[in-house]
Write a protein that binds this ligand. Structure first.
Ligand code: NAI
Length: 244
């Protein structure tokens, strides 16, 4: 499979417009769906699928196909009637819209269970991210290797961020230390933060924070599971009542 960077030289295919910026901008809701399309497209590309119909892509992503076509039209991608979208070119277009045709340097702060799992995950590199540094305050961890990157002491945060032009900071420390880490990242110029710690970070205007909370996702799943059980139970009691 080609990476986004390798695809950056692609030229426009028939039925798709040439490279151009997004004159009307891309709606925020569309931006939120683009990574979902990208994940499905990577999976198609990995299976050697060359073209995909909007209906198939819609099904693979759980997005209604009219909405998907509209989303992709914001990128100047319209597909070809009866053929669909060229998968590799669409990977390039979505990657370009998300700013992934360049590689983004990341720092992970916190080399505990979560930081280690993130640093050892090899998938970021093919998706446009490169882990430049992993930092921790525990001197017994400093000097160890994680996913090919040495763990450095968090006291080096400022010099590492400046030296590597870090664009994105990932916070994987306990909640008690997260705001202080965030403040240091922001003070040294990081404007994009992915926060795993269970607290709401205070940041100045112009800094984007994304919070990841797996327990919220599990709670949503629990809600749906509970509803399905209630529906099944309701059907069973309705049936029993009808049989009486
Ligand atoms: P952990 O205790 O295994 O690791 C935390 C690491 O942070 C330790 O190595 C510690 O030395 C380091 N640390 C503490 N204060 C620091 C500071 N000021 N600067 C630099 N390093 C510091 O914890 P784990 O399991 O890796 O979790 C990390 C964070 O992620 C916690 O806040 C936890 O609640 C959160 N978490 C969030 C999840 C989610 O779904 N959002 C899932 C799992 C964990």
């Amino acid at each position: 499979m080609s990476s986004a960077a390798e695809l950056s030289g692609s030229s426009a295919e028939p039925g798709q417009t040439a490279d151009r910026p997004y004159p009307q901008g891309i709606p925020e809701a569309t931006v939120a769906r683009l990574p979902v399309y990208l994940r499905a497209l990577y999976s198609l590309a990995e299976r050697g699928v060359a073209t995909v119909a909007s209906d198939e892509l819609a099904q693979a992503t759980g997005v209604n196909s009219a909405k998907l076509r509209k989303d992709l039209s914001h990128l100047g991608s319209y597909g070809i009637r009866g053929v669909g979208y060229d998968v590799e070119y669409l990977v390039y277009q979505v990657s370009r819209a998300l700013g992934l045709t360049q590689s983004w340097p990341i720092v992970i702060v916190g080399a505990g269970n979560l930081g280690r799992a993130l640093a050892n995950y090899g998938g970021f590199i093919t998706r446009g991210f490169r882990i430049e540094a992993v930092l921790d305050s525990d001197p017994t961890l400093v000097g160890g290797q994680l996913g090919g990157v040495a763990i450095r002491h968090v006291s080096e945060l400022e010099s590492i961020v400046k030296g590597h032009g870090i664009a994105i900071g990932v916070i994987a420390v306990p909640a008690s230390g997260a705001q202080a880490v965030c403040d240091r990242l922001v003070a040294v110029g990081v404007t994009s933060i992915l926060n795993f710690a269970p607290l709401v970070l205070n940041v100045p205007e112009g800094v984007d924070v994304r919070k990841v909370d797996l327990s919220i996702e599990l709670q949503i799943l629990a809600f749906h599971a509970q509803r399905r059980v209630a529906e099944r139970y309701g059907q069973a009691t309705d049936q029993a009542a009808a049989e009486v």
